[in-house]
Structures are given as C-alpha cells and as structure tokens.
Design a protein around this ligand. Structure first.
Ligand SMILES: [Zn+2]
Length: 318
C-alpha cells in the first residue's frame, strides 16, 4: 500500500479534499480523479468510471493499492488536449425579449412629441452588431443568436438552443444575454453585468447516469465542483465584459459593477454565462443614448472586447 504523499508525487497531482463528504479529487491540469476511501469506483474528469479496489484508511491515513496507483498514473499520463488546451468552441448571443414581449419600455416627453424606446429592439441591434464583430474575429467558431429578428422565445427555448450548440469534447460555450434596465427612479442609469450566484447550484451538470455512480451525495458533490468552476469562469467573463463596456461607454454613463443573480436563462445554461444590462430606458438621457446607433455600436464593441479578452485568457496555456 502507498501513502497519499507517494501517490501525489508519482502522479504529479494536487489534492482537493472534501472533509465533510470524505471525497478526494486529484488534479493535474484539467484532468481529475475523484475517489472516496472504502469505495472501489473512482471518477475520471467527473464522468468516466474506473473500478479501483484498495483505496482505504489505515490508522486514519489514506492508503492506496498498487492497482490504484497504476490506474491513476495511467489516467494522468494521457496528454489531455495537447497544444491547444482549453477552447471556447462557440459563442451564444441572446438578445432578450422579442415579439409579444417588448421588455422594458421607456417613454419620454420631448419637444417634438413622445420619444419611446423598447428593450427588445435595442438589444437586438446591439446583438447583431456584436455578432458581426465576433464572426469577423472568430470565423472558425460557432457564433449563434437565440433570435435574429423580432421573435418571441421562452426562456426555456433560449437555454435549450444554447445547450444544443454543437461543441467538441473539452470545449465550452460562452453565453451572453443582452438586456436593458428599467427603474421607478428615473435618475437610475448605467450598465451592469450579472453572473450566476454561487449559492444557486446548477443541478443536472453531472447526472447519476453520466457519473456512473448511484450515490446521490457524490453526484451532488460533483455538481458543486463543476458549478464552482463554471461560476469562476462566469465571474471572469462578467469582469472582462464590464471592463470592455467601461472602456467604450464608461465616459457616458455609470459603471454599476458586477452583480450576482439566479436568472433562469443563465442558470439553465451549462456554460460560463452572463447577462449584460446595457443601460436604463427609464432614464431620459440614457434612453436618448440608447436610441442612437453610434452609441449602440459602442456598447457592442465594449461587450465584444470583453468576450474577446475573456477567450484569450481562457485559452492561454498555463
Ligand atoms: Zn430584459
């Protein structure tokens, strides 16, 4: 039997230990193996099951059989995604609302009559411009819109469409939902970026079937681990897009920062996901800006730069 130190050294891994559930995960780069003392099944990358007898405790210390060590070595010796590393395979742009759902509406009395602005129209214009920019930069990736015209879609249809974008193993989809804000306070103004709250678990990322385990505790733990990874990526994406917007429209309006929330459309999407609120249609000055094509162009450029910088960081080799 081998001690934990020996196994860690031999496999070049680091250990993440959950003391509450007694589950260890060994990490080497993006490859992981999760195990529980006394359980003869281990999980590679939270999905592939290996039968490995002989992971137990002796006098409180973890010990591993020769079979366990050899299995681990085999798993970690496989070069995962050489040369190219992690990759964003697709970018999904979701203009909020549409069709019978106008989103928020701003109405402002002007000298020449009422000025009305509808969220569904603004976010569609921004999204089209954003997709143009992304397609020019990323011709080799899937750039998909939830809607390209004034169509009504349910939130379920949006997330289903995003989840059905084809990507290869190991790739992620970047999900960006574009919205505009409203407030009873007509002075409220500015842009903000939302990401999923870590307090809200994204169920279903690891199912019992895909995990190959019949252990609800383990399945829920694996969900938590994946959820944390996705949340971190979502926060990085949110920060990057916020920075992009600050650079293009920060001089015109307020930067309201990053927020966390459990938007359905974001929660159900199994990918780094954000929701951008580009400004307040209920603020007269901001509504006028949002009615200006050149301003919407700036907004699109800000989001584009944020997504692009996120992708560059995400794919940079460690
Ligand atoms: Zn909205």
């Amino acid at each position: 039997m081998y001690a934990l130190d020996h196994v860690i050294r031999e496999t070049g891994t680091r250990l993440q230990w959950d003391p509450y559930r007694e589950i260890g995960t060994l990490w080497n780069g993006e490859t992981s193996v999760s195990f529980r003392p006394g359980n003869s099944v281990v999980l590679e990358d939270f999905t592939t099951k290996h039968r490995v007898p002989g992971i137990t405790r002796q006098n409180g210390a973890l010990v591993f059989s020769a079979t366990a060590l050899e299995t681990f070595k085999g798993i970690f010796a496989v070069p995962e995604r050489p040369a190219d590393g992690r990759r964003v395979g697709a970018i999904f742009i979701d203009p909020g609302h549409g069709g019978k759902d106008p989103g928020t509406i701003g109405r402002h009395a002007r000298e020449n009559g009422m000025f009305e602005i509808r969220e569904k129209n603004i976010v569609l214009k921004i999204s089209h411009r954003l997709v143009d920019l992304l397609k020019r930069q990323y011709g080799d990736r899937e750039i998909v819109m939830s809607r390209t015209d004034d169509t009504y879609l349910t939130l379920e249809e949006r997330t289903e469409a995003a989840n059905n974008v084809p990507i290869r193993d190991g790739e992620v989809i970047v999900f960006v939902s574009v919205h505009a804000n409203a407030s009873l306070n007509s002075r409220a103004s500015g842009f903000e970026v939302w990401y999923l709250s870590p307090e809200v678990p994204r169920d279903g990322l690891v199912t019992r079937t895909s995990a190959g385990f019949n252990d609800p505790d383990l399945v829920s733990l694996l969900n938590t681990i994946r959820d944390e990874e996705l949340t971190i990526e979502s926060i990085l994406l949110a920060q990057s897009v916020l920075n992009g917007l600050e650079a293009t429209i920060g001089g015109f309006t307020d930067n309201r920062g990053i927020k966390k929330e459990s938007w359905y459309v974001v929660r159900e999407a199994k990918m780094p996901s954000i929701l951008v609120e580009v400004g307040f249609v209920t603020n007269e000055a901001e509504a006028l800006l949002l009615g200006d094509a050149e301003y919407l162009n700036k907004v699109a450029h800000g989001i584009y730069t944020g997504v692009k910088n996120f992708i560059e960081d995400f794919e940079r080799q460690e």
